[in-house]
Design a binder for this molecule. Structure first.
Ligand code: PAF
Length: 286
């Protein structure tokens, strides 16, 4: 496995593999890899001939006061994990390479980027879409692999790819969870053992909400949301729910008439466990 730091070198490598007819899979990451990332690399290897993984803690998707400086970084650990999962090339640029002085260009998916996470992290998705478009232009993959854990990120990037006619196939892969149901995330390392145990409540309530809709046939989504809030408050007073939303999975619009709705239902939430902000979701067909 090779480490590439320069944009032009990464582009040449991609062009070479394209020229000889190889299929390229790309997994963008911010490093501190966990099994969720590794499952994406393994899937990419399964479906493609060559796998590129990027490791770049993208400053433009963190808001002032967020954890950019503290975000966990351990390149050596990531290197070994990438290698043992079948990655062929790691693109590991410096911040100055990606965002040199006088960098002015950003891409934004309007409307979708302002919902859900966007209400609490304004500007976050503009940073995500910009870096992912840059990475796509650098790695030029046939397939890009993202986790369903970041459901809104997946929806926003799907829309960017569609709206900008980007020639890449988006593969969204299942969330990988700890044994207790907690969605894997690099930020889980901020949690104490006790907080990690208690954070299983978020996956639990998402499954309860799904049951309320599919089995109990509750039609008022406010009732479902209120029940979720009550369960979280009762079971884990040390956590606080920031939002819970029940939307479609494309435009992320609230589902008002669930009885006559036949698409995919996305229930997403953000909550604090202690000082750590976590997100999770469940996606199912009505
Ligand atoms: O999901 C992430 O880790 C990041 O948002 C991504 C897609 C690598 C862009 O920085």
């Amino acid at each position: 496995m090779k480490i590439i730091k320069e944009i032009s070198a990464m582009q040449s490598i991609s062009e070479y593999y394209r020229r000889i007819g190889k299929k390229i899979g790309f997994v963008p990451t911010m490093g501190f890899l966990h099994e969720g990332h590794l499952s994406l690399i393994i899937k990419a290897k399964d479906e493609c001939d060559i796998v590129f993984t990027s490791i770049f803690v993208n400053p433009t998707q963190f808001l002032p006061g967020e954890d950019f400086k503290d975000y966990p970084r351990d390149f050596l650990r990531d290197y070994h994990l990438c290698k043992s999962s079948g990655c062929d090339y790691v693109f590991y640029p410096d911040a100055d390479t990606m965002f040199p002085e006088n960098y002015f260009t950003y891409v934004n998916v309007n409307v979708l980027s302002d919902k859900l996470e966007g209400m609490f992290r304004p500007g976050h998705f503009k940073g995500v879409t910009t870096i992912v478009l840059k990475l796509l232009n650098i790695t030029k993959p046939h397939n890009i692999y993202l986790g369903q854990k970041d459901a809104q990120q997946a929806a926003v990037l799907k829309k960017m790819i569609l709206d900008l006619n980007i020639d890449v196939n988006l593969r969204i892969c299942d969330t990988v969870r700890e044994e207790n149901g907690l969605a894997m995330s690099s930020r889980n390392m901020y949690l104490s053992k006790d907080e990690k145990d208690k954070a299983s409540v978020f996956n639990f309530v998402l499954n309860e909400a799904k049951k309320m809709i599919l089995e109990d046939k509750i039609e008022d989504m406010n009732v479902v949301k209120q029940s979720v809030k009550n369960i979280i408050e009762t079971k884990t007073p040390e956590s606080s729910l920031q939002y819970i939303a029940i939307t479609d999975n494309n435009l992320l619009e609230d589902i008002k008439d669930i009885k006559n709705y036949n698409g995919e239902v996305l229930i997403s939430l953000a909550a604090y466990m202690g000082k750590t902000r976590l997100i999770d979701n469940i996606l199912f067909k009505k």
